[in-house]
Design a protein around this ligand. Structure first.
Ligand code: ZN
Length: 247
């Protein structure tokens, strides 16, 4: 089993691990911060030592990483993995934007059925079966989502069943939802969102979510203390910690 440190701390960008097996260009490690595509959230990008990870995929409780064929790693070797934080943080922000939108749709418009979702670093989309133009619900949906984001509510993430690796996120007073993705700590980190409708066939409606603000609200001060933990801001964001109070 690969120990999934990205659940314990989704803000870690660097981790030392031991190689546990090698099968050609594929390797496994004892612990990881490198997310493999699941639940619609795309895989991370990054490196194991100086080898780019070409593919990451789940096989039961293991995660298998495909490197270049001449990686030369052996079992018991030590590797330093580094993930592309800018990409991961965008994926986390888009992922949680989609969580909030989906949950609001479920709560406020029962009868709309979700048939798919995809989280990329520049867009999230959720597909539904619904016989009406889904943009009709956008004014209220947008308003409710904005309230949750503006309230900068705490997002708890934990196991519902550690043995089976089942996880959930929870926002007090809003919802508790099963999900094995990487989640933000606070809703304010999402930033301002914008919704767009797309049609994907008869009776099928797509909500596309875009994050329009580059700077999410300030995370709580206690969340950025660990040494190899990234301050939860992308490197593209103009942010100067010296001018801001830490809480
Ligand atoms: Zn999730």
């Amino acid at each position: 089993m690969t120990k999934k440190i990205f659940w314990e701390n989704p803000y870690l960008v660097e981790l030392q691990a031991n190689v546990t097996s090698v099968m050609g260009s594929d390797i496994t490690v004892d612990q990881t911060i490198f997310f493999a595509e699941s639940g619609g959230q795309e895989s991370d990008h990054g490196f194991m030592n100086n080898h780019r990870v070409l593919k990451a995929f789940k096989a039961s409780k293991e995660i298998i990483y495909t490197l270049d064929a001449d990686h030369g790693l052996k079992a018991d070797d030590r590797v330093k993995m580094v993930i592309d934080w800018e990409r991961r943080y965008k994926l986390m922000r888009y992922h949680f934007a989609a969580e909030v939108i989906l949950e609001l749709v479920y709560q406020k418009w029962p009868g709309i059925e979700k048939i798919g979702a995809h989280i990329a670093q520049d867009k999230a989309r959720i597909d539904f079966i619904w016989g009406q133009n889904i943009s009709r619900i956008f004014p209220e949906l947008d308003q409710e989502a904005s309230k949750i984001i503006a309230a900068n509510q705490t997002i708890e993430s934990a196991f519902s069943d550690a043995e089976a690796e089942k996880r959930y996120w929870k926002i007090e007073g809003f919802s508790q939802v099963a999900c094995g993705g990487t989640h933000l700590r606070n809703t304010g980190e999402i930033g301002q969102i914008s919704l767009k409708r797309n049609t994907i066939g008869k009776g099928k409606e797509r909500i596309e979510i875009f994050i329009v603000s580059t700077q999410p609200s300030r995370p709580e001060s206690g969340s950025i203390s660990e040494s190899k933990e990234k301050v939860p801001f992308g490197t593209d964001i103009d942010f100067n910690p010296s001018t801001e109070s830490a809480g």
